[in-house]
Design a protein around this ligand. Sequence first.
Ligand SMILES: [Zn+2]
Length: 265
Amino acid sequence: MWTRDTAPPRPGDPLTVTERATLVLAPNANAWTFEGTNTWVLAEPGSDVCAVLDPGPDDDAHVAAILAAAGERCVAAVLVTHAHHDHAELAPRLAELTGAPVRAAHPRLTDEPLQDDDEIRVGALTVRVLYTPGHTGDSVCFLLPDEGSVLTGDTVLGGGSPIVKPGRLGQFFDSLDRLSEVLAAPGSMILPGHGPVLTDPLAQIERRRKARLRRVDQVVGALAEGVEDPEDLVDRLYPDLHPDLRDAARISVDAVLAHVQTTHS
Ligand SMILES: [Zn+2]
C-alpha cells in the first residue's frame, strides 16, 4: 500500500493496492505530475483479462512494466480518466499493442465516448463510469462497485489540488458532492491519478472542498481591498510558489475570478 505515511513505490515496480487494483507508477515525475502518473491494472481476482487505466506517458520502460503487471492476463480495455498527456499519451499505442479498445469521454480518444453511469465489463470485473467534470470537461472517475474503490484521475489527487479551468469551478464542487455520495460506503478508497491512496475519502474530499472555498474567500477579500490584477492575486494567494507552477496558479486564480463573478454578483 502507498499512503501519505509511506514512501511511493519505485517507477515500474507493481504495487498491489486492493484485491482488484495494482499500481504501476510511471517514470514521469515533475512539478505538474508530483511523483509521476499512477497507471492502474484492474482485474477481478483469478480472471484472465484485465483493464489498464490511465496508461500514462509513451515510454518503453513503462509499457514493459504495464505488460509485466498484466502478466498472463490479456488486456481487454484501456480506460482513460481524461485526455491530458500524462494520462492518455500511451493509450493509442497500448491499444494497438494489445488490440484492446480505448474507453474515454474525450472524442479525440475514441469514436464512442463514455457517458455518465456507463458500465464496462472486463471479464467478471464491473467498472462504472462517473462523469465528474471540473479539472477538465472530459474528466470521468471509475467506480469498482464490488469494493467501493474509485479511480479519480486528477479530480481528487493523493495530495494537493488539481487545476480547475475558468468556468468549471461550479462543476468541480458538484463533482466532489457526487464523489462523496459514492464514497460513503465503509471501506471505500480513492485510488488517485497522482500521489498516494486515500483510505479516508470523505475527510479528504471535505479538505479539498474547504481548500478551494478558502481560495474563493481570499479572492473575494482581495477584490474588496481593490486587488484586482490576476498576477497580483497570484502573488497574494501563492506566496511561496514554485516558478514552474506559476501558470497553473494563474489558471486557478482565473477560475476563482470567473466563479466569483457568477456567484457573488
Ligand atoms: Zn495528471
